[in-house]
Design a protein around this ligand. Structure first.
Ligand code: INI
Length: 154
């Protein structure tokens, strides 16, 4: 039986990280986790491009453009949408998730969803390197695995 499974080897791969400035207290920690994961798994620092955007709502368009550029093996989206901060929480969270999925499908480039959706800032910080791991690092690991898997499928 043939088995295809991506490995966590980022050597020679190029990544774009898209991060929102909104809630940057949280997103800076997600970026740190993602960078650490990428370089620990062999990515060169020069092969990581960080793109700042105003808020998570802007993420799908930028992720799509980065995917279309052909410059990156994978894109990692990092944001924090916090319920207490806006009555639009449901809309922003849903649109970002849908938009990122669409961008990945339309470009054929893996785009990892590292956007926290939480009730409050504490829950967000807990998932950005405090109590419950670092979702930026998790998203980066998914990006590496998916990029490797797609290469195997070429
Ligand atoms: N953007 C976020 O990334 N997180 C949030 O929690 C948030 N809240 O609470 O409003 C948020 N809003 C900004 C939004 O992403 C857009 O930048 C804005 O609507 C302009 O398009």
């Amino acid at each position: 039986m043939e088995k295809l499974e991506g490995k966590l080897n980022a050597t020679g791969m190029k990544f774009a990280i898209v991060a929102s400035r909104f809630n940057s207290l949280v997103t800076r920690q997600l970026i740190a986790g993602a960078e650490d994961c990428l370089t620990r798994h062999g990515a060169a620092d020069a092969d990581i491009t960080l793109v700042w955007i105003p808020g998570s709502f802007e993420m799908p368009l930028v992720a799509k453009r980065l995917g279309e550029s052909g410059r990156f093996d994978a894109v990692i989206c990092l944001g924090a949408v916090i319920r207490g901060q806006t009555p639009h929480f449901e809309y922003v969270a849903a649109e970002v998730a849908k938009g990122i999925a669409q961008a990945s499908l339309s470009t054929g480039v893996p785009i990892a969803f590292g956007v926290l959706t939480t009730d409050n800032i504490e829950q967000a910080l807990d998932r950005a390197g405090m109590k419950v791991g670092n979702k930026g690092a998790d998203a980066a690991a998914v990006a590496i695995e998916m990029a490797d898997l797609l290469k195997l499928m070429d």
